[in-house]
Design a protein around this ligand. Structure first.
Ligand code: F6R
Length: 611
């Protein structure tokens, strides 16, 4: 979704900001813009890519202070006028904004009555004009005071960066519900909505919390809270290398991230399992293990791919630890007035740690007294900071909009949590526990083996590039994988795809099957093998084109399928970690064949920070 970058220091601010905006392209956007101060305020903005914005900038646009924005339209279509920054009537104040101002209509009407003219359809434009209205009423007012008065009238969410040509050495930023951080450099400061935009310049960051306002100069910054109290904020060290946020020779981030999985799964396991004695160490949740052990049920809330890993988590926790689990769409959780309270444990799963619906579910459960735990990738993200405890994935930055390595990281962490809980509850014997841990330790090299089949998967994808529909079928642990395979295909190739529990097919979707329908069958668990064979027969009888993901113990399915991809044998509970890999590759190659922009699919955003 929208991205914000700002710079103040001795370098050319526009170069730093443009580079930062390019780093944020992965978040998804439809237009871009920049505001610079060089004597007066200069604004350039347009619909389209950051490269189009770059072309609008001339060499004369120099200066040591700038803010920039990538916009993902919420209010008003993507066009040049609606792009940020938005300016005040005097042309002295420029604002970029992430989030949604809910009462903008009322504020706009009031300002229009006072004579202010509006040019865009956005909610953001009111911010620049509202600040200016306080200055117009009281010309001697301190600029920051006018900003505070404006913020006090705004309802909704915002990450805001503001420039004022009367304060040419300061960037003003404010946060409520939309992430913002300060990158602290030597004689220079950056601001951004996402650490990847600042990682090239500094490894020191300060995360702003809701209600905070920061006044940033090149050598210092001041953060004040809603009660006007100056705060001493912790400076975090950013563990993000440049290599992690570059394509490193791969044509797309998604492919790089698919191929990174042997390493990212190893990183998720590192220091957490001991194959010799079968023990598990999860420092992040040690303090809440008693609560987990005593919980009558566990609820997991998440969105999208993270919701699919939550479904795998349900199987893992119920099967291994024997604690009942309910999986909720985070976006629906609040609206059912959930029956949750003290004694309950809610896990939220989020790659970005910023998904607005997941954050809202977390806050709802916390308010009702539940223990709230996070399974998050981005260190220091809002969800990571607001949960009572949690486990990080350690998958490194995921830049491709389609989530891949985060899914396998989440399932790995869920397997560790389920096993650890099972051990603490005495729900699993030592021998079985050791067996699963040993199988887990082999997963990275097994993923490596599957990746070696990428040419074969590419050939299969060539045959189905123009199929209008796909069906994905799986049972038990493979059902969430079927959902995930279908989601991957639709989001990056725009082909309609559905994931179904294999036996449910008979209750409706079987009507769709004919000799044009590719049916991807995930048959990689031993305990459902026989039943899967029957389902595959049903598809074959109707001439469906079967692509099977099988393991050596499911030879019958392989023999029935037109195409197949063999994955190594593992424990059934861990099979999603392997069976999802060919599906990621299949969707990637189909999308590339169709000429789609794999890393930035249309209409999608990497981190969905609006509800
Ligand atoms: C799909 C995808 C999305 C995200 C969802 C939740 O490939 O990336 O469905 O999984 O938006 O995002 P996080 O995990 O950041 O909360």
């Amino acid at each position: 979704m929208c991205g914000i970058v700002g710079y103040i220091g001795n370098s050319q601010a526009k170069d730093v900001v443009i580079k930062g905006l390019k780093r944020l392209e992965y978040r998804g956007y439809d237009s871009a813009g920049i505001a610079l101060i060089n004597g007066s305020l200069s604004i350039k903005k347009c619909k389209g890519k950051v490269s189009a914005l770059e072309k609008l900038l001339s060499d004369s646009e120099k200066g040591s202070i700038a803010i920039g924005h990538t916009r993902w339209a919420t209010h008003g279509e993507p066009n040049d006028v609606n792009s940020h920054p938005h300016v005040s009537s005097s042309g002295k104040i420029a604002v970029v904004h992430n989030g949604i101002i809910e009462n903008y209509n009322a504020l706009k009407l009031k300002l229009q009555e006072e004579g202010y003219k509006f040019y865009s359809e956005t909610d953001t434009e009111i911010v620049a004009k509202l600040i200016e209205s306080f200055i117009d009423k009281n010309p001697s007012i301190e600029f920051v005071k006018a900003v505070k008065l404006a913020l006090a009238q705004i309802n909704g969410t915002y990450g805001l960066a503001i420039l004022n040509s009367d304060n040419p050495e300061t960037i003003f930023v404010a946060r409520k519900g939309s992430p913002l951080l300060i990158g602290v450099g030597e004689g220079e400061m950056l601001i951004a909505s996402d650490a990847s935009a600042v990682a090239e310049y500094t490894d020191k960051v300060v995360y702003l919390d809701d209600g905070e306002l920061a006044i940033i100069k090149k050598d210092e910054y001041q953060v004040i809270n809603a009660d006007d109290v100056e705060l001493t904020k912790e400076v975090h060290e950013l563990a993000m290398s440049l290599e992690e946020i570059e394509k490193s020779g791969f044509p797309f981030f998604m492919l790089k991230e698919i191929f990174e999985q042997p390493k990212t799964i190893s990183d998720s396991l590192r220091g957490r399992i001991n194959v010799e004695d079968g023990s598990i160490t999860l420092g992040g949740i040690t303090s809440v293990m008693d609560k987990l052990v005593n919980a009558k049920r566990i609820i997991i809330a998440a969105c999208g791919t993270s919701w699919h890993s939550a479904l795998v988590g349900e199987y893992l926790i119920e099967w291994l630890a024997k604690t009942p689990v309910e999986v909720e769409y985070a976006s629906e959780f609040r609206y059912k007035d959930p029956l949750i309270g003290e004694g309950d444990v809610l896990f939220v799963i989020s790659q970005s740690g910023e998904t607005a619906d997941t954050l809202a579910a977390l806050r709802e459960a916390k308010e009702k007294g539940a223990t709230v735990l996070g399974i998050v990738n981005v260190v220091g993200s809002t969800i990571a900071r607001e949960t009572d405890a949690g486990v990080y994935l350690h998958a490194g930055p995921e830049i491709g909009v389609a989530s891949t390595k985060a899914f396998t990281g989440q399932v790995t962490v869920l397997a560790l949590i389920a096993l650890s809980l099972a051990q603490h509850k005495g729900a699993i014997d030592k021998k079985s526990s050791k067996k699963i841990i040993s199988a887990l330790s082999k997963i990275p090299s097994q993923v490596e083996e599957i990746l070696k089949q990428s040419d074969q998967i590419k050939e299969i994808s060539n045959l189905f590039t123009y199929a209008p529909n796909f069906l994905y079928l799986g049972r038990s642990y493979s059902f969430p994988v079927a959902l995930e395979g279908a989601l991957k295909l639709k989001e990056i190739s725009y082909i309609h795809a559905e994931g179904y529990p294999a036996a449910e097919m008979k209750h409706g979707p079987i009507a769709l099957i004919d000799d044009m329908m590719p049916v991807v069958v995930i048959a990689s668990t031993k305990h459902t093998n026989d039943k899967m064979v029957s389902n595959v027969e049903e598809v074959k009888a109707r001439k469906g084109r079967i692509i099977a993901i099988t393991s050596p113990s499911n030879e019958e399915v392989r023999d029935l399928a037109e195409f197949s991809c063999m994955i190594p044998e593992t424990e059934d509970v861990l099979s999603p970690l392997l069976s999802v890999i060919p599906l990621q590759l299949l969707s990637y190659y189909v999308a590339v064949n169709r000429g789609c922009d794999v890393d930035q699919p249309r209409n999608l955003a990497k981190s969905v920070t609006v509800e």
